[in-house]
Ligand binder design. Structure first.
Ligand code: GLU
Ligand code: ZN
Length: 296
């Protein structure tokens, strides 16, 4: 086992796996296994109103059915609230975060956009009305090198502004949980969809504030439908079937720019995945933000 590589797949249980999420699972799995690394699965069940009963189990069963066996135990974010709260309190105590009672309408009126204009930055006592907690960001560029999408740069204060780490409803924000759990699990390589490329600036920034190591990031092209929309529950993406996983695995290899030979047609899932690990070249994955869905 290579101790310098720990990867992960981190689905949200908002619905069953579709071909877009399978692609991310396969790419992160192959990149980890090709480096003799570990591949962990984390269930990002942070937002109960958006979740579908049974989806977490369905996702895990589908991964097993496709031969994507993870290392160690699955980490459920719903069981990590204590750790998230400790960090929120620490960030508040250090004045890196503040309480915010602004509504979306107020933010829009104040800044003319969804970028938070810093209205409540001086608010360091819990207000009587429902509040969010925001991380204060500085007026400077955050930059990192994405292993697939190349150099990235963004000024968070101008694009989005101070971001929410705990929501008004009391839910912990994805940005906070993902950074803390990637650190807790010792993740060294994040391979995920390019719909999360912009989120990475917030993650990078938070890692700096919390003195955490930055993992490597590679953002994959996402599969889009005929209208150019990312496949998701909202765009009625079909769940991947529980039948023969072979054709779907080969489809993923192809979409990821790998070139599975014709002899893999009809092969067992383990054989296809073994071929994938042996021949995996991350740099052959299209360096694009999206790719159109092809017929299987
Ligand atoms: N849970 C997120 C999603 O399903 C992915 C998080 C991540 O990979 O960082 O979109
Ligand atoms: Zn505010």
């Amino acid at each position: 086992m290579n101790p310098c590589y720990v990867g992960r797949f981190a689905p949200s249980p908002t619905g069953p796996l579709h071909i877009g999420s399978l692609l991310t699972a396969v790419a992160s799995y192959l990149d980890a296994k090709a480096h003799q690394g570990q591949w962990l699965v984390r269930m990002e069940d942070l937002d109960p109103p958006r979740e579908q009963p049974g989806a977490a189990d369905a996702i895990l069963n589908t991964l097993q059915h496709y031969g994507l066996h993870w290392d160690g135990d699955v980490l459920f974010q719903s069981q990590q609230h204590g750790r998230y709260e400790t960090t929120v309190q620490q960030l508040l105590a250090d004045n890196n975060a503040f309480y915010c009672t602004c509504s979306r309408t107020q933010i829009l009126a104040a800044s003319g956009s969804t970028t938070y204009p810093g209205t409540c930055r001086a608010c360091h006592q819990p207000p009587a009305t429902p509040f969010a907690v925001r991380l204060q960001v500085q007026n400077k560029d955050v930059s990192f090198e994405d292993d697939l999408q190349g150099p990235q740069r963004c000024n968070l204060q101008q694009q989005g502004g101070d971001f929410v780490i705990k929501r008004k409803e009391g839910l912990y924000a994805y940005h906070l949980a993902v950074v803390l759990d990637d650190a807790l699990q010792g993740i060294t390589h994040v391979v995920r969809g390019s719909d999360l490329l912009e989120s990475t600036f917030s993650h990078w920034y938070l890692q700096e504030v919390l003195h955490l190591a930055h993992p490597h990031y590679a953002h994959l092209p996402v599969i889009v439908n005929g209208e150019g929309q990312k496949l998701s529950k909202q765009t009625y993406a079909e769940p991947i079937p529980r039948q023969d996983p072979g054709p779907y695995l080969r489809y993923c290899l192809q979409a990821l720019g790998q070139t599975p030979p014709a002899t893999l047609r009809g092969a067992a899932k383990a054989t296809i995945l073994e071929w994938g690990c042996e021949h995996w070249r991350l740099q052959q994955v299209p360096h694009q933000r999206s790719i159109p869905q092809q017929k299987l």
